[in-house]
Design a protein around this ligand. Structure first.
Ligand SMILES: NC(=O)C1=CN([C@@H]2O[C@H](COP(=O)(O)OP(=O)(O)OC[C@H]3O[C@@H](n4cnc5c(N)ncnc54)[C@H](O)[C@@H]3O)[C@@H](O)[C@H]2O)[C@@H](O)CC1
Ligand SMILES: [K+]
Length: 496
């Protein structure tokens, strides 16, 4: 796991590293700039490309000037450097790098009043502001950013796209530089995981600049990034002499006559993520489809969904995919709530909770898997994703539940004030049924005895990893293909 730092904590990590390694901040800046240049070389190998570096006067600008000098030494002749100096003072390391730039024979252009910038460059390096940005861009910088965006160049941002705040995007429409790619130092910034950052960058890559990892990991943070190694330590291998009873019995209450596919997808996810037994509670009209498509899965006769005592034999109770929100669906959710046992609820089960105001009946230890709209219906509207995430952090702790807030980067939010960011997934997975498969996977992991937070971390990770594996070969990835890929992904996560 990687702790995601605030801008202030990042500064402390810089200072700590500088004193611990007995190096100057200038040396660290040079190392960061070298790391940027190495990553840049991999993307822009043609040395004849025209490059325009836009630098501010802080340390991000200092990086920009060092990068320009290093790129010239790498043999890129077509370099221009512009320094935006509408306001503000030069940082000490900026000043030294300005002198070094001039020594290297590069004379920068100073932009002190708004005007037209030359727009012929194929590549822009954006080093106006980095993690020091602490207020929205004013009109001058906004205009410059608009001109850069208008150039149609391939924009590489240094550390942070200029205009994007590191912790949480500023309210309102994004008015900064729009980067193709950000090369960010040591850690992704917290705002990169919030969907509003899509306006500022298409992708980011993290560069190790040698900051002290022990110091970074000792910092308190409300956001932690999951990594492949976490799966290896969380996942448990199948045991010798084990049998189907060892791995739990999941009940999935799902499906309606028109949406039986959702129930089947959830059941397929559950089977493939290793539940010992999977039982589906579906309307009778779905039985033929179930027996044909998934012969391993059992069906619970509808009459048994009226008796809470009969549910005691299941090790996990899950509901939602394709369930509908009518009276009979609500009666099933009501029955599950009366058991007083932790529940796994998704999709329509969440809508039922919201519509009937049953949220306060939810037992501690439950897991909810809403996407944005479902979350807002349950917990109230939010003006932006940061507010929504903070609400999720508060709700999970207050209600002692785990909220899986789904998005490109899904947030697993257990009680305790930390959101675990899932890094896996691919746009090829943007298709109906994905959430149903995730619910089945989570049910299987809970049935196998994983704690709710661990089940959600593993489940989200392997679900996205399955999609990524398939997307490396395919344009689009279906939900049933993701479910089918899960056993191989689990094996890979355990072994690697
Ligand atoms: N501290 C270090 O040792 C290192 C810092 N590095 C670089 O330093 C950057 C951070 O540098 P700084 O802290 O100097 O900050 P920036 O260079 O991001 O910004 C410079 C200054 O601009 C001012 N400012 C903030 N918002 C503004 C706005 N909207 N309009 C006008 N002025 C505004 C602030 O006073 C800020 O300090 C990182 O992003 C990274 O690129 C790297 O060189 C690695 C090492
Ligand atoms: K920048």
């Amino acid at each position: 796991m990687q702790t995601i730092l605030t801008a202030q904590q990042m500064r402390l990590a810089d200072e700590h590293t500088i004193s611990q390694r007995s190096i100057s901040s200038l040396t660290l800046m040079e190392e960061a700039s070298r790391a940027f240049v190495n990553a840049f070389l991999a993307c822009e190998a043609d040395k004849k490309v025209s490059i325009h570096v836009f630098a501010g006067q802080g340390n991000n600008g200092g990086d920009g000037l060092a990068i320009a000098r290093l790129l010239q030494a790498e043999g890129y002749p077509g370099l221009q450097v512009s320094i935006a100096a509408f306001t503000g003072r030069q940082s000490a390391d900026f000043s030294v790098n300005l002198a070094r730039l001039k020594e290297a024979g590069i004379e920068p252009v100073w932009i002190t009043v708004p005007g037209r910038v030359p727009d012929s460059s194929a590549v822009v390096i954006d080093a106006l502001f980095g993690s020091g940005l602490n207020r929205p861009l004013d009109e001058n910088y906004n205009r410059l950013a608009a001109q850069i965006n208008h150039m149609g160049a391939r924009v590489y941002a240094v550390d942070v796209p200029s205009g994007l705040a590191s912790e949480r995007p500023f309210p309102g429409e994004y008015n900064g530089v729009r980067a193709l790619r950000t090369f960010t130092f040591q850690r992704p910034k917290r705002s990169f995981f919030l969907p509003e950052s899509a306006a500022a960058q298409q992708a980011f890559e993290v560069l190790d600049i040698g900051l002290d990892e022990r110091f970074i990991e000792s910092q308190h943070s409300d956001m932690v990034l999951l990594e492949p190694e976490d799966m290896r330590s969380l996942l448990r291998p199948r045991k010798p002499f084990s049998h189907k009873g060892t791995y739990g019995h999941a009940l999935l209450v799902a499906g309606s006559p028109a949406t039986m596919g959702a129930a089947l997808l959830a059941a397929k996810g559950c089977l493939n993520a290793g539940a010992g037994l999977t039982t589906l509670a579906i309307p009778a009209s779905g039985l033929t489809a179930l027996n044909t498509a998934l012969p391993e899965v059992m069906a619970l006769p509808e009459a048994e969904m009226a008796n809470a005592a009969g549910l005691a034999r299941f090790s996990v109770l899950a509901a939602g995919p394709g369930l509908g929100t009518d009276e009979s669906a609500a009666a099933k959710v009501n029955l599950l709530l009366t058991t007083g046992r932790p529940l796994l609820l998704d999709a329509d089960a969440l809508n039922i909770l919201a519509d009937r105001q049953w949220l306060d009946r939810l037992p501690c230890g439950s897991v909810l898997t809403p996407h944005m709209k479902e979350f807002d219906r349950l917990f109230g509207p939010a003006t932006d994703w940061n507010e929504r995430l903070e609400n999720a952090l508060g709700q999970a702790t207050a209600r002692k539940i785990t909220i899986v807030l789904k998005n490109q980067y899904t947030f697993v939010v257990p009680p305790g004030g930390r959101a675990f960011v899932n890094p896996t997934g691919d746009p090829a997975m943007a298709q109906g049924g994905m959430g149903d498969v995730l619910t089945g996977i989570l049910a299987a992991l809970l049935a196998q005895g994983y704690a709710a937070d661990d089940a959600c971390k593993i489940g989200c990770y392997i679900h996205g990893a399955a999609g990524m594996r398939l997307a490396s070969q395919q344009f689009v990835v279906s939900a049933s293909a993701v479910a089918a890929e899960i056993p191989a992904v689990l094996k890979h996560c355990l072994l690697n």
